[in-house]
Design a protein around this ligand. Structure first.
Ligand code: ZN
Length: 145
């Protein structure tokens, strides 16, 4: 049940942003990217999980363990590179400098995902900044409370 929650937790807000994006732009391409960045951003957990598998010489992949997130503690590091406030900010700069203002919904969706994670995970205030995580060498103890 917890695994299902982890898969679906970002879906309600993402669907809401999809609807708003579609009503404002009528572009399915934008709705698609809103869905990818708002809902499926957690795909970057695969990197952290792969590091766990490699370091512990595990061959068998367990979806239950993947969704548990316990590999973060075992790795003692948290990478999740896509979970970084810098990326939606960078996307905004690109969207505005290329006059693709309607893509702002992609950035909003991305930002909402990270904000939701920020408030539902027990982390320190700057933990979702890639710059911060780089400076502390992705140390789990300095990321989590
Ligand atoms: Zn996430």
């Amino acid at each position: 049940m917890k695994n299902l929650y982890l898969i679906l937790e970002h879906l309600p807000l993402t669907i809401l942003i999809c609807i708003i994006a579609f009503l404002k732009t009528a572009q399915l391409e934008i709705v698609f990217f809103v869905l990818i960045f708002g809902w499926l951003l957690d795909i970057d957990h695969i990197i952290d999980y792969s590091i766990y598998l490699y370091r512990n010489k595990k061959i068998k992949i367990s979806l239950i363990f993947f969704f548990s997130g316990k590999y973060f503690k075992k790795n003692k590091k948290i990478f999740v590179f896509l979970h970084s406030y810098e990326i939606p900010l960078f996307l905004n700069i690109i969207f505005y400098s290329t006059n693709n203002y309607e893509y702002i919904f992609v950035s909003i969706s991305y930002l909402v995902h990270i904000l939701q994670d920020q408030f539902t995970n027990n982390v320190k205030p700057f933990s979702y900044f890639l710059t911060y995580r780089l400076l502390i060498n992705f140390d789990l103890k300095k990321i989590c409370r």
